[in-house]
Write a protein that binds this ligand. Sequence first.
Ligand code: 4NP
Length: 154
Amino acid sequence: MSKILFVCLGNICRSPLAEGIARARLKPERYPGIELDSAGTAGYHIGEPPDARAIAVARRHGIDISGLRGRQVAADDFDRFELILAADRSTLDILRRRQPGAAADPQLLLEWCGIGAGLDVPDPYYGDDAGFDTVFELLDRAVAGLGQRLASLP
Ligand code: 4NP
């Protein structure tokens, strides 16, 4: 299981942060064949870079996400990716309704990564900078859990 898609609503805050952290921490030398991407369920920010506050919090942790661009989840994502991780339950509901019978059954990110059952990554978009720090810390722990789980798979 090495093709992983992170999904949130806008693809400018949570999922590009998750992608950037995962790119920085889950290197192909340790995770052969790993492919990482992110997308949004909504099309509001197609082609845009991540939110400036997301770029800034990543940069404070030594990670550059400024080159990522927003895109919307596409039908073929459900065939291209083996693991689709939704930032919150609302995103998960939308994904599950969109892909009847597809190969990859979307999962709740914080749950799959061992942080906690039923937990959402809070949407920081309408909040302040502190919300982005909280989201970064949460996603950093989640990516560590993701790495452990991937390493333990047969
Ligand atoms: P994200 O945050 O889903 O973490 O990228 C949001 C970004 C944009 C909007 C909502 C949430 N928006 O309403 O434009």
